[in-house]
Write a protein that binds this ligand. Structure first.
Ligand code: ZN
Length: 131
């Protein structure tokens, strides 16, 4: 499935979650619908742990997703060695969010850790109901 981009609402959710959880890492798996990344499966169990979030994500069984997302506690958004291992294992779209967790503080990488462009799309889903 060709990925066209990420839904703006989904990206905003990721940024909000990263900000509210900092300095604890936020991590999850990205899922697409009709070629648009529009869902985040949050890693269960966010209590503080000796193991960081990305490593716990990496240890999840049957990992299958369009990609992954996680936050860094600082402003450095370069993937770590553990990040690259996870990237190579699932999907081709991996978002890293860094401080200060605003609209500019995220980068998308491919499975090899190379920066890629991920358009932010305004989408309305069919199952969306307005009241
Ligand atoms: Zn990382």
């Amino acid at each position: 499935m060709q990925i066209k981009g990420i839904a703006r609402d989904t990206l905003n959710f990721i940024l909000e979650a990263s900000k509210s959880m900092a300095p604890v890492e936020f991590a999850g798996l990205l899922q697409e619908k009709d070629g648009i990344i529009s869902e985040v499966l949050i890693l269960p169990g966010t209590e503080s742990s000796d193991t960081n979030a990305i490593l716990r994500l990496y240890m999840m069984p049957n990992i299958k997703a369009t990609g992954s997302v996680h936050s860094h506690p600082g402003s450095n958004r370069s993937p770590s060695q553990a990040d690259l291992q996870l990237f190579s294992r699932t999907g081709n779209y991996h978002i890293i969010v860094g401080r200060p967790y605003n609209k500019q503080s995220w980068t998308c990488y491919d499975k090899k850790g190379k920066t890629i462009e991920l358009p932010v799309l305004d989408v309305e889903f069919e199952d969306y109901e307005e009241f």
